[in-house]
Design a protein around this ligand. Sequence first.
Ligand code: MG
Length: 235
Amino acid sequence: MNAIQHYLQKHGFEAFTPKAVLFDMDGVLFDSMPYHARSWAQVCQASGLDMSEEEAYMHEGRTGAATINILARRLWHRDATEQEIEAIYREKCRLFNACPEAPKMPGAEAVLQRVKQAGLTIAVVTGSGQKSLLDRLFSNYPGYFTPELIISSRDVKHGKPHPEPYLMALERLGLAPWEAVVIENAPLGVQAAVAARVFTIAVNTGPLPPQVLLEAGADSLFPSMDALAQALAQF
Ligand code: MG
């Protein structure tokens, strides 16, 4: 059975008719995850919330507040206060902004181009609230994005792996789940998209074993955005 048939059967849908592609941002459009992981590890060490860079990849997609609370419950046996969350997340953003500028993800522009040529609408659904990167969507990828179709951590109550960010994107677009495709690189992002019942393409652009993306429920898996662009060129 191919991936689309399997997707339709899994959700009991009759047709798959994509009209929009919902892009995750970090690790999909920007090769920013190494800097995020390093910034998280640094700020956590300084705040007594030990987290390795490797673990940071497993939290990718959560809002900053949710990540901080998980660590606080584990290490401090309580929730972090709003002030603690704000201070830690502000410092994490400062460290991230002090890193070299995260490059565009190789292959991402080719994917965007093919999606646009196919007449599909483009949206961004990110757990990030990192203004520096959100602003760069427009300058680095001119002509692809509109502000109303960028859903960030500021728009949602529940971040990934909750389906809310992807459900909100579908609502803004006026589309049913079978009318969209998600492109995600992180296990929690894949879980969020699958919970929103959208066909989910995982691209493994980081250090995690590919199996974790399939276990998270991805409908299709590519080793890179370049490989996805090449596959799309054949349609
Ligand atoms: Mg990501």
